[in-house]
Design a protein around this ligand. Structure first.
Ligand code: CA
Length: 210
């Protein structure tokens, strides 16, 4: 059973989440109403997943995510928030969040996100996916850039993927054969350990590659 820690300061929201997660078969192992208590509980409980509200007293959700990454690196972080502001979404991703859910969305999205994250994937609420993609195609002041494992050609292809181009479009724009494009995409997924195109784009964003 996937063990979950809830860090959310609003009692009703927390109760609703606890009920929804329990119904969906998750083990809600702990709860905290502020960031510092959340960090303490995560260290004590070592949950598989921490669901972290962005607006928290004590430590905010971004700072808590950063500290969780250091203190309990095996715990995956799902951000849950009212906000769909670009700066908040990107700050949470840069801090190392694995998923980002917007509270106004269907609660089933949160269940879906936890399922994906429990399997080792990344999830972005459809309501904020555009922010992530826009950031990828306008790579100004992003997260700290690491050395990219991708060749310039692969980077070009990944940018086009992030813009929504299909294989045929990419082949045409870069004057490459379709088979060549498919080969490059296989290499990109391999190099980024990504399961699919969306995940590749997200990994690239987090690592500041594109
Ligand atoms: Ca809050």
């Amino acid at each position: 059973m996937t063990r979950v820690l809830l860090v959310e300061d609003h009692p009703l929201t927390r109760a609703g989440l606890r009920a929804a997660l329990a119904d969906a078969g998750f083990d809600v192992a702990g709860e905290a109403a502020d960031g510092l208590a959340g960090l303490d509980q995560a260290i004590a409980l070592r949950p598989d997943i921490a669901v972290v509200d962005l607006g928290l007293p004590g430590l905010d959700g971004v700072e808590l995510t950063r500290r969780l990454r250091q203190a309990v690196p095996d715990t995956r972080v799902v951000i849950l928030t009212m906000h769909d502001l670009d700066t908040e979404v990107l700050a949470a991703l840069a801090a190392g969040a694995d998923a980002y859910c917007v509270k106004s969305s269907n609660p089933q999205n949160v269940i879906l996100a936890l399922g994906v994250v429990a399997e080792g994937g990344a999830y972005f609420d459809p309501a904020i996916a555009h922010i992530v993609l826009r950031k990828i195609v306008t790579p100004s002041a992003g997260p700290v850039t690491q050395a990219s494992p991708l060749s310039p050609r692969e980077t070009d292809i990944l940018r086009l993927i992030a813009e929504g181009a299909g294989n045929a479009d990419i082949a045409k724009q870069l004057s490459l054969g379709l088979g060549t494009v498919k080969g490059h995409i296989r290499d990109i997924l391999e190099k980024l350990s990504a399961a699919d195109r969306t995940q590749a784009a997200v990994v690239a964003l987090r690592r500041g590659i594109i």
